[in-house]
Design a protein around this ligand. Structure first.
Ligand SMILES: NC(=O)c1ccc[n+]([C@@H]2O[C@H](COP(=O)([O-])OP(=O)(O)OC[C@H]3O[C@@H](n4cnc5c(N)ncnc54)[C@H](O)[C@@H]3O)[C@@H](O)[C@H]2O)c1
Length: 352
């Protein structure tokens, strides 16, 4: 049994990873400051004899004894990472220094959740790992893109200088249950809008393409990467190479939800990449991995999650009204509150 630290374990990807590691028989310590993560994501794991949850901000050092570290802590969507850009860079850079220091002291193997955003707005397509990227260092996305690039640099310097056993995964757009409903990411945006019968907002003309990896496939690849021999560091692209236009995604969501929402075009935000597709040749070769879940199948599971979540929200709203002694008029639609489900002000992009 290994003792495994998952930073950012209360988030979307981290909660699935904690679940899979426990299922594999490991001892899991989840560390999170709950900025974008949520205890609800882990409610089903609390009380498990091999699971521990600690509130901690990784911009501060952490003293624990572990065998492996998955470093996922970092807000991942533009609306969240641009909320406090200085803290975002600190989380990537100071956070990396702290977890790498921990790996150095304990001899733990450490995996970094890096991102396709290190390629910026690429000139080549799809992007192989040896492509250095085209990133704006002074734009509004730079706190995330450059923070992640600097974290990769630190990982490779701790490997070269201190012999720390590192693994770097460059994660492409991933979706699935426990995504945030209102963080501006395209899959959750479209599903929530469709389920609520609101207009579906497409930024740009919808011809820009994205690839979408289902969360279970992603977690499988991360665990395989952690298990590779010590001389394999990555970076390795992990994502689903199936490429879809944003317009295709919107129409698929409409079909699967049975929604009659209208498609509405809005201005494309600054620095939004036109194309994003992983070259997963290295992952195929080294990890023996291939995404298994088709987009429609993954979307169905994700839609099921959001349906349940919206229903739970409606029930909570009704209960709150009842506590206040108010009753709903029969004709009033039982919709979730605006504050929880409206699109965030200045929702900026539809990327990972
Ligand atoms: N989901 C994707 O499509 C995607 C794509 C590329 C890279 N990634 C990377 O994967 C990781 C997880 O992404 P996610 O989609 O689960 O995002 P998420 O926002 O759901 O999860 C991030 C978690 O990190 C926690 N966190 C943030 N700052 C912290 C800090 N300073 N100290 C401790 N905890 C902190 C948050 O509370 C949250 O639980 C991130 O590093 C992200 O950059 C995700």
């Amino acid at each position: 049994m290994k003792r495994i630290l998952v930073t950012g374990g209360a988030g979307f990807l981290g909660s699935h990873l904690c679940e899979r590691l426990l299922a594999a028989g490991d001892d899991v310590l989840c560390v999170d400051n709950f900025f974008t993560g949520n205890k609800d994501n882990l409610a089903h794991l609390v009380g498990h004899p091999r699971f521990e949850l600690m509130r901690h901000d990784i911009t501060f050092p952490l003293y624990v004894e572990v065998d492996e570290i998955y470093n996922l802590a970092c807000p991942a969507s533009p609306v969240h990472y641009q909320y406090d850009p200085v803290q975002t860079t600190k989380t990537s850079v100071h956070g990396a220094i702290n977890v790498l220091g921990l790996a150095k002291r304990t001899g733990a193997k450490i995996l970094q959740a890096s991102t396709s955003e290190v390629y910026g707005d690429p000139e080549i397509h799809p992007q192989p790992e040896h492509y250095w990227g085209r990133v704006n260092p002074v734009g509004i996305r730079s706190c995330y893109d450059e923070g992640k690039r600097c974290a990769e640099t630190l990982f490779f310097d701790y490997w070269r200088q201190h012999g720390v056993r590192i693994k770097v995964a460059r994660i492409f757009n991933t979706y699935g249950p426990r995504m945030h409903p209102n963080d501006g990411r395209v899959v959750s945006n479209f599903i929530v809008q469709a389920l609520l019968g609101h207009d579906i907002t497409i930024y740009g003309d919808g011809s820009q393409t994205r690839s979408f990896c289902y969360v279970d496939d992603l977690i499988e690849a991360m665990m395989r990467l952690m298990a590779t021999a010590d001389d394999f560091t990555g970076p390795v692209n992990i994502g689903n190479p199936g490429e879809f236009t944003i317009h295709e995604l919107a129409t698929t969501v409409l079909r699967l939800t049975g929604s009659g929402s209208a498609l509405v075009l809005k201005t494309l935000p600054m620095d939004d990449p036109k194309q994003r597709q992983p070259d997963i040749g290295l992952a195929r070769q080294v990890l023996g991995w291939e995404p298994q879940i088709e987009l429609a199948a993954g979307l169905e599971k994700t839609i099921g999650y959001f349906r349940e979540r919206l229903l739970a929200q409606q029930i909570a709203d009704l209960a709150a009204l009842a506590r206040l002694g108010k009753t709903l008029q029969p004709a009033m639609p039982a919709a979730p509150t605006e504050t929880t489900l409206e699109q965030p002000a200045g929702s900026l992009a539809q990327t990972a």
